[in-house]
Design a protein around this ligand. Sequence first.
Ligand code: PHE
Length: 466
Amino acid sequence: MAARGGFNSRIGFILAAAGSAVGLGNIWKFPFEVGAGGGAAFLVIYLFFAFTLCFPVMAAEIAIGRRTQSSPVSAFKKLGFPRWSGIGYLGLISGLLILSFYNIVAAWAFGYFFEMLRGHFEIAKHFSDYTADWLKIGSYALIFMLGTAFIVSRGVAHGIERAAKMMMPLLLLLVLGLIIYSLTLPNANVGIKYYLLPDFSKVTGAVVYGALGQAFFSLSLGMGALITFGSYVTKQTNVISSAAIITLTDVSIAFLAGLMMFPLVAYVTNGDLGAMADISGEEAFIFETLPTVFESLGPNLGLVIGSIFFLLLSFAALTSTISLLEVPTAFLVDEKKIPRGKATWGVALFIFVIGIPSLLGAGASQFFTQFIQMPEMESPISFMKFVGLIGGSTFLSIGGFLISIFTAYVWKKSNFRQEIEAENESALIRFLRGYVDFAIGIICPIVLGVITVVTILTNYLGVSFS
Ligand code: PHE
């Protein structure tokens, strides 16, 4: 047992789990989904899903981990349901797939940090050439993966916890600094208004579906990352309050990222709402538009603000890649009794290799760039998008659905309840616990079941709902 390690403190666990949650999803994707989905209207839906649907699943994952002190595959066996360890294997595959492409996007951001440091703002106009430069991006990706593996190989307390304790406060500081700065730019008020005034006319079925998928991915649910982190906490760690704090942190950082981004969008578009709508629905904003904003701030200030921004993005990505690598590593340590060091470096190398098609699929190779024509999509999607669709959306929703069913009906509510109950609970915690207890058996499986079916029908079978 001693070889597994564990978090030294509750705050260390919370920061590491929040670090897993806060990632590229929050800063790269969230603000743009908000822009496309009617501003605050999307925000409201997102918050609603995060708390009503994701929070109970998170509590279930942490409870399973804390109870069994095992990584996902072993956890289901330990509870006495070896057949359900399939959930663990599914999570393992999702983790490998997600990290294989996530690391490439992280490498883009990490590389931009150096470009900004050198004042290469014009890189923005050549973003597709940049991503197509497989040797350069491949080197950044290798460095990023090695950095991730280095931290994970050092163990839970010395590696993961320490890194989270350093990076998370820094991340918050950087976001706050950038918010203050962006609020001083011309037209900031127009950006903020656009962000915070809801336009419910833009809310369609697709927007609701997008909000749910985004919330689930952003909270790192459905693949056992939280089971794994939960397996490193002691019985003194309150499951419900921890899950609530992690959810709240993730949602808050996403919200703050929007607050930082929309004044910038308004600034580049001179507050033109039509142009803002175009840009804010566009993920490429970060890599194509933002550097021109930094450039317009002048060579010195632009360099500082630009490099801080991409450093921030790299930190956010790193705390997520750490958790993604920890899941397969913990599997090898627990199930195969492989020492942590060896397991970490071996998995990291393997994931780097399976990420090569994603690396090449950003312009370097025509075959991987236009990899597959999915029904219902206008043009062929890249290998990276394809892997994201399988690992990042389909498998996560299946995983989340199965975890809810397992917790409520196989492991059974009485056991779950025992794990999430604590002495001296406050009224709020008691209320939240009651809600989790109710939602995990009804709301979560129904909604996640529907989402899974819709995902499969629309993306793979070409059924249209609009
Ligand atoms: N939550 C991370 C993000 O928002 C991504 C992630 C998904 C990390 C699943 C771990 C597990 O970027």
